[in-house]
Design a protein around this ligand. Structure first.
Ligand SMILES: Cc1cc2nc3c(=O)[nH]c(=O)nc-3n(C[C@H](O)[C@H](O)[C@H](O)COP(=O)(O)OP(=O)(O)OC[C@H]3O[C@@H](n4cnc5c(N)ncnc54)[C@H](O)[C@@H]3O)c2cc1C
Length: 337
């Protein structure tokens, strides 16, 4: 079934709660429904959207939002150790993680409580606590809006990187609508608990089950991140900047210690949250927008009524302050529409 609304208020459909309208909003339940939609007949441009948890609408959207409500989850046994899980792109990501953990399957537990849909998870290559979804994706099925044909990609074809994929490449963006994702899960314990807070919690002891890891991840996230039900945000607003060894040495010379992660090729990743805090902007409030007190990487709609202009002004202030203090350019992780 297809449901269509014109001049649709997106305020309740994006986690930042930006009160903007789109010219047309369409929900579809199946791949065939999607295929029956004639893209050229719709207000342009087209935007695929899940729960809008990685988007900042900067103004009214003149085109059509396409929302997948393709909802299925189906296991396929592949031997004693492995299970494949096929899921529709409209499934809520955390509902999928909850199910796999309850079923005793390993692979997704570190990615618990991330807002959004299964389809967008494959676009974003979502990640948390040392795991990225590309580590468990086997393949992705799409509808090609240009040819109206079904396309199946293997994980190796999807050019996954840090919060990046083929679907974000401007050459392909808007062309492929993800309809389903195939995930490779393990019956054999494969805990990934070597990262940050999880390492501290388990202290080197093997967790009893994926559910045990999930509950710890949920506990850690609830302390650090705003609950989308009560505070509007889009999670981490900025990407963590990557600098050369020389640039890092220059920055580090001014501090007793600088948190960092060493990358291949002598590059160094510095937490943007630390830089924002050093600029004195942790908790800063500008009109309805603010830097989240518990995690400065997150910008929030503090009043519940913040406008896109207020969020954009705070974003600009942070970028300018980090540039002036460290000579480093911050780039938003949140997609601006
Ligand atoms: C409180 C909070 C915490 C967060 N924590 C994390 C975290 O730990 N790790 C992390 O990686 N992210 C995190 N995020 C960001 C966000 O949850 C993810 O990026 C999520 O995958 C977005 O899902 P969505 O359904 O809301 O997608 P949207 O924001 O609606 O869309 C994201 C992108 O996917 C595209 N898209 C959506 N559906 C489809 C489809 N069917 N076909 C093709 N393209 C599509 C959109 O066009 C857009 O480019 C967090 C966000 C919030 C609000």
């Amino acid at each position: 079934m297809i449901r269509r609304w014109d001049n649709f208020d997106l305020g309740g459909r994006n986690t930042f709660r930006m009160r903007v309208c789109c010219a047309c909003y369409i929900e579809y339940d199946t791949v065939e429904d999607l295929r029956s939609i004639e893209p050229c007949s719709l207000p342009q441009p087209l935007l695929c959207m899940g729960e809008g948890s990685n988007l900042l609408f900067t103004r009214d959207f003149p085109g059509t939002v396409l929302r997948s409500c393709i909802n299925y989850m189906k296991y396929f046994d592949v031997g004693a150790h492995e299970v494949l899980l096929a899921a529709g792109s409209g499934v809520k990501w955390d509902a999928l993680v909850a199910k796999t953990c309850a079923d005793g399957l390993w692979g997704l537990e570190n990615l618990s409580l991330i807002p959004g849909t299964v389809g967008a998870a494959a676009v974003q290559n979502i990640g948390a606590y040392g795991v990225e979804v590309k580590d468990v994706i086997a393949g992705v099925t799409c509808l090609d809006l240009q040819t109206r044909g079904k396309v199946a990609f293997k994980v190796g074809e999807l050019r996954y990187g840090y919060r990046d994929s083929l679907f974000k490449d401007p050459a392909f963006k808007g062309r492929y609508v993800i309809t389903g994702v195939l995930l490779r899960l393990s019956r054999v314990p494969r805990p990934r608990i070597g990262y940050g807070a999880l390492k501290e919690v388990f202290g080197g002891c093997a967790p009893a089950s994926p559910e045990a890891v999930r509950q710890e991840v949920i506990g850690i996230r609830r302390k650090k991140l705003p609950d989308p039900e009560s505070i509007g945000s889009a999670g981490s607003f900025f990407k963590n900047p990557v600098v050369s060894a020389l640039e890092f040495a220059q920055i580090a010379s001014g501090y007793e210690s600088v948190p960092h992660f060493l990358l291949d090729g002598g590059l160094v990743k510095i937490p943007a949250a630390w830089m924002i805090e050093q600029c004195g902007l942790k908790g800063a409030r500008r009109g309805g927008a603010a830097v989240y007190e518990n995690q400065p990487l997150v910008l929030i709609n503090a009043s519940g009524m913040a406008t896109p202009e207020e969020i954009l002004a705070l974003e600009g202030e942070i970028i300018g302050a980090v540039r002036a203090k460290f000579g480093v350019e911050l780039h938003p992780e949140v997609e601006h529409i």
